[in-house]
Design a protein around this ligand. Structure first.
Ligand code: IPM
Ligand code: MG
Length: 368
């Protein structure tokens, strides 16, 4: 019997509601497999700040340190509410970035997956979606502008100025490239390298290292794309992409655009993987406007569980079953109010009902 410890950080806003549904799915995985999960809940985000004065308190750090994997809900507050917290203690700077740094989670995988059962959510025309969109963005997660030196002051003209630095060394680029090429080798053997080498020197080095790493993967075709042009292509012909690799800031922006292509960031789970520890989280924020209403779709959180099963617990087949269950619920014509409008031909169900239906579907899938 395998035994895994999971730190469960439900987070802020809709986080606790959607986490609850993800945990139901984990329970079914336990029933169906020779595995037990020890859940270790901990405070993280604005909720942790208001309770302890710290968005990533020591007690949470200790729990995450001990965990085999971390399941993390969305964090953050509305723009207005955020102002109640000092800038450096706010959940993004005070919890999320320190977590990424602590566990060196340099590889961020963000699937943008739109099978036919979800096609009606997308704002794109059916002829653009074709047989469906199935791509993964591989985002470098702990370098670049996010983590570079920052300085703010008054310059010699007496003007307020700011300087943020974008730094990568070749090793940081090489390791994310290997992740992207390995993934591409397992899929369509096609890698889109996203860069801005017509302006940024960082992209020149990025591309140089990419070409060196490419030699280890001769069967993977590389297509180079400027980031701005990739943004257009994602809307006009998203089906051309399979694996896309990019630096941190580009990945932040393009992955949200991926959510737009799907019709909602609520359909975007993600995996953040480091050499020793991985954490799994929805790509979206905490949606404070709909928190507590039982209308948020738990897809991104349950999808994060699927990614955890595959990447941390070597349970790829069950991960696939979890995806199929969620997509099956949509295919049966159900949706939640955050994703669909009344009268759009779907039967509206709550967060909890969606979780229940996923669980029901999963139980029906035979275990091989
Ligand atoms: C994401 C988020 C974070 C990021 C924020 C919350 C700091 O937007 O995971 O994409 O910018 O990386
Ligand atoms: Mg983002």
């Amino acid at each position: 019997m395998k035994h895994y410890k999971i730190a469960v950080l439900a987070g802020d806003g809709i986080g606790p509601e959607i986490t609850q549904e993800a945990l139901k799915v984990l329970k079914v995985i336990e029933e169906r497999n020779d595995v037990t999960f020890e859940l270790m809940p901990a405070l993280f985000g604005a909720c942790a700040y208001f309770e302890t004065g710290d968005a990533f308190p020591q007690a949470t750090i200790d729990i995450c340190d001990q965990a085999d994997a971390i399941l993390k809900g969305p964090i953050g507050l509305s723009h207005e509410e955020s102002k109640k917290i000092p800038v450096d203690k706010q959940p993004e700077r005070g919890a999320l970035l320190p977590m990424r740094r602590r566990y060196n989670t340099y590889a961020n995988f963000r699937p943008v997956s739109l099978p036919k059962s979800l096609a009606h959510f997308s704002p794109l025309k059916p002829e653009i979606i074709g047989e469906g969109i199935d791509l993964i963005m591989v985002r470098e997660l702990i370098g670049g502008l996010y983590f570079g030196d920052k300085e703010r002051g008054i310059n010699d003209k007496g003007l307020r100025y700011v300087r943020e630095t974008l730094e990568y060394d070749e090793e940081q680029i090489r390791r994310i490239m290997h992740e992207a090429f390995k993934l591409a080798s397992k899929r369509r053997k096609l890698l889109h390298n996203i860069h801005k080498s017509n302006v940024l020197l960082s992209s020149v080095l990025w591309n140089e290292v990419m070409e060196e790493v490419a030699k280890d993967y001769p069967d993977v075709e590389v297509v180079n794309y400027l980031v701005d042009s990739a943004a257009t292509a994602l809307c006009l012909k998203p089906t051309q992409f399979d694996v896309m690799v990019m630096e941190n800031m580009f990945g932040d922006i393009l992955s949200d655009q991926g959510g737009g292509v799907l019709g909602s960031l609520g359909l975007m789970p993600s995996a953040c993987i480091g050499p020793e520890k991985a954490y799994y989280e929805p790509s979206h924020g905490s949606a404070p406007d709909i928190a507590g209403k039982n209308i948020a779709n738990p897809y991104s959180m349950i999808g994060s569980v699927a990614m955890m099963l595959e990447n941390s617990f070597d349970m790829a087949a069950e991960a696939k079953n979890v995806w199929a269950s969620m997509q099956g619920v949509f295919a049966d014509g159900y949706s939640t109010a955050d994703l669909s409008k009344p009268g759009s031909g779907v039967t509206m169900i709550s967060t909890v009902e969606f979780g229940d239906k996923v669980v029901e579907k999963l139980r029906q899938i035979p275990k091989v």
